[in-house]
Design a protein around this ligand. Structure first.
Ligand code: ADP
Ligand code: ZN
Length: 702
């Protein structure tokens, strides 16, 4: 097929199989280049839509696309997703019986599969079909695994260099979410695609709000945070196994469904946790960093870092697991000095300790930033953001800066008086005049600044000290029990009258509780949304696939909004392609129709609700307020109820003499069909509602 023909098929294929109307940034260029049989290297953030870059062209190639992928769980998810979209795909790995494997090989030889997923370890078993008779294209997913420069090196990936040698005319596309320049180079060289065109898409994930909080009262903060987001899926990353387990226990004590995930579990246990999460059986996973790679779950709504990650790459990759469906997601990072110190300790003895410490330092700067955090994050990846993002905590409530010179002087002179020999905790103890063992043992109560800062809380002192460190007025001597030391700058403050600006501490609980981020997931999800969700859940159970593979949250929200009644309406929805229309269309349309019907019945029954309240003794105005309707509407209900023979004390609302005059008017006006002629007749002196009620009485009498 000439390239031009391909091009014309891109959008129709996108709609038919994936249900989308347009490509995400760069997808079209990447796909076109691949269809032109050019090699490519794609660097796209998690959730950016990498899979599309080889899944869509696979439909236009005549033979199969071979996808190399590191994890069985990832393959299964992608294959299920493809099949749900009507794309013939399969995976091939060691967990399958040899009959299953033979069947797959047969299908490939008959060109019945568009995509075949395989782990590098299993490639030798596919020897007979990995050649240009059967394969049109090769995709290397998670390509950073090939490079020992990357953060997730897998030796089995290194054998992939044979692919270009044995299939020299087959285009290779390598994809990854994280790769710095050195890693990129390495990937291309090792795969033998040194001339591959590089596609580096923006790393910005606008839909993920960024928040950093001090770590005090983390658990309470987390409970509060989750409480504001009931029934949503999220991941909490912790540094140690023990923390994951303790945290799970605390969440369970609050009746939240949570599981721990760490390297101490065996393979089956870990698969179970992962599966329950993917299938929405567990909403929360408390995990060490081992969790998440290869999880395509699109509706992770939040990611919390209980501990600080050791570098920005890791942090960004982990928060990237939130909001893949493009809807709002939150990333919350807890920052504590204890973590920084521990992470520093981890670097000790490693070969590239300097690099690791420098990376940790950048992570710390991000956590302590007083300017737009996204700018800092993106600049780390070499991307410049022109405007502040508006979706990070700093942008949303910029810190208040004040003259903190006196505070700085108190801290720095305490550091000087303890001979630069004490860590943050002891300095704060001195300032606050603490009488604990450390202070008394060391005789710190004799220091001149002892107790001069009693009126300021521990937490606030800590906040100020961190800022002094960040601004270079003090530093931590990691070699000397993390003692605080003075710097060149501090002398200017102590002796030369230099001014210091500090920011006000913010109350952790106060802010975290009210998520100002644009939570597109409605707080009160509507009745229809809930019905659609439970329908999706039922289907997912029946088909044994994760709910988000039936439809993403984004698609469900759109169905709720558009309320499609026909196949054509349904096909308009983003995320609905031909197969999903055929398989699920009727079910969802039926749900919408049933919902509409119930709603309209309810409308004709609305006066009965009023009757209920009337019987409870509420006044008309009270009923109106309670039902959020206008009083005349309630009066019309009363009239209707009276006509239907309900025991309404109608003369509470209209007097007998008024009824008499209206009766007279009716004859004079020759029973007009509307109320206005009466209103005019009485020169606007009798309210509409009374006319309506009187007419009900008159009709009843007749
Ligand atoms: P990645 O592999 O880069 O982490 P995925 O391939 O899993 O990302 O894609 C993330 C989500 O984006 C999926 O739900 C996918 O269906 C969706 N997506 C991909 N391309 C598009 C598009 N052009 N329009 C709308 N959604 C898309
Ligand atoms: Zn910002």
């Amino acid at each position: 097929m000439p390239v031009k023909d391909y091009k014309e098929q891109l959008i129709p294929t996108l709609k038919k199989y994936f249900g989308y109307d347009s490509f995400r940034p760069q997808q079209e260029e990447i796909i076109t280049s691949l269809l032109e049989k050019k090699d490519g290297l794609v660097i796209m953030p998690t959730g950016g839509g990498k899979s599309m870059c080889f899944q869509l062209p696979s439909l236009l190639f005549s033979k199969a696309t071979l996808v190399v992928s590191p994890l069985i769980a990832l393959m299964k998810d992608q294959v299920d997703g493809c099949n749900a979209n009507g794309i013939p795909a399969a995976y091939f790995n060691s967990s399958q019986s040899s009959e299953e494997q033979q069947e797959i090989i047969l299908k490939i030889t008959k060109a019945e599969l568009k995509l075949i997923y395989v782990a590098p370890e299993s490639m030798p078993s596919l020897n007979n079909i990995i050649n240009e008779n059967y394969i049109s294209c090769i995709a290397i997913d998670e390509a950073h695994c090939i490079s020992s420069w990357g953060h997730d090196f897998r030796p089995s990936y290194q054998q992939l260099s044979f692919l270009k040698k044995s299939l020299p005319n087959t285009p290779i596309i390598a994809l990854t979410a994280t790769a710095d320049k050195a890693t990129r180079q390495d990937i291309a060289e090792q795969l033998g695609i040194a001339n591959a065109k590089q596609f580096i898409t923006s790393f910005d994930r606008k839909n993920i709000s960024l928040t950093v909080r001090p770590a005090d009262g983390r658990v309470e903060q987390i409970l509060n945070f989750i409480g504001k987001r009931p029934n949503t899926s999220g991941i909490i990353y912790c540094l140690s196994r023990k923390t994951t387990e303790q945290l799970v226990a605390k969440l369970k004590a609050k009746k939240l469904k949570a599981d721990a995930y760490h390297a101490g579990l065996n393979f089956d246990e870990r698969s179970k946790v992962q599966e329950d999460f993917i299938f929405d059986k567990t909403k929360i996973v408390c995990a060490t960093v081992a969790f998440g790679m290869g999880i395509d779950k699109s509706n992770v709504r939040w990611v919390i870092h209980y501990n600080m990650p050791k570098n920005i790459e890791g942090y960004y990759q982990e928060i990237g697991r939130g909001g893949r469906d493009g809807l709002a997601a939150s990333a919350l990072l807890f920052h504590s000095y204890a973590d920084v110190i521990q992470l520093r300790r981890f670097t000790e003895g490693s070969k590239n300790q300097d690099v690791q410490i420098a990376k940790l330092e950048r992570m710390k700067q991000f956590a302590e930033a007083t300017t737009c955090r996204r700018k800092i994050l993106l600049s780390y990846f070499g991307e410049l953001l022109a405007e502040n993002c508006g979706n990070c905590d700093v942008c949303k409530s910029p810190p208040t800066v004040f003259d903190g010179t006196i505070i700085a002087q108190k801290i720095l002179s305490t550091i000087a008086r303890v001979k630069e020999n004490e860590a943050t905790g002891a300095i704060i103890d001195v300032l606050r005049g603490a009488k604990n063992a450390t202070v008394l043992d060391k005789g710190l109560e004799k220091i001149k600044t002892y107790g001069i800062g009693q009126d300021t809380s521990w937490k606030d002192w800590q906040h100020y000290i961190i800022q002094l460190i960040n601004q270079g007025y003090a530093e931590i001597a990691f070699q000397n029990h993390n003692a605080l030391q003075l710097t060149e700058f501090s002398k200017n403050v102590l002796f030369n009258g230099a001014k210091v600006s500090l920011t006000k501490p913010i109350d952790a609980l106060e802010k975290i509780g009210n998520p100002k981020e644009k939570t597109t997931k409605k707080k009160k999800s509507s009745e229809l949304y809930e019905r659609l969700r439970s329908l999706r859940h039922k289907i997912a159970l029946d088909e044994d696939i994760p709910a988000y593979l039936v439809f993403s949250d984004a698609t469900l929200l759109e169905i709720e909004r558009a309320r499609p009644l026909t196949d054509d309406d349904f096909l308009e929805i983003s995320g609905v392609g031909q197969r999903k229309l055929e398989v699920y269309g009727d079910l969802f349309i039926a749900e919408v129709i049933a919902f509409n019907k119930e709603k309209s019945i309810k409308k004709s029954d609305t006066h009965k609700v009023t009757y209920q309240l009337y019987k409870e003794g509420l006044s008309i105005d009270e009923i109106a307020i309670k039902r959020n309707l206008k009083s005349p509407t309630i009066y019309s209900h009363i009239a209707k109820l009276y006509s239907e023979g309900k025991p309404i004390n109608i003369f509470d609302f209209v007097s007998k003499s008024e009824v008499a005059s209206i009766k007279k008017a009716k004859t004079e006006l020759e029973s007009p069909p509307a109320l206005k002629p009466y209103f005019d007749h009485f020169e606007e002196q009798i309210d509409y509602f009374k006319i309506r009620l009187a007419l009900a009485v008159i009709d009843k009498e007749a």
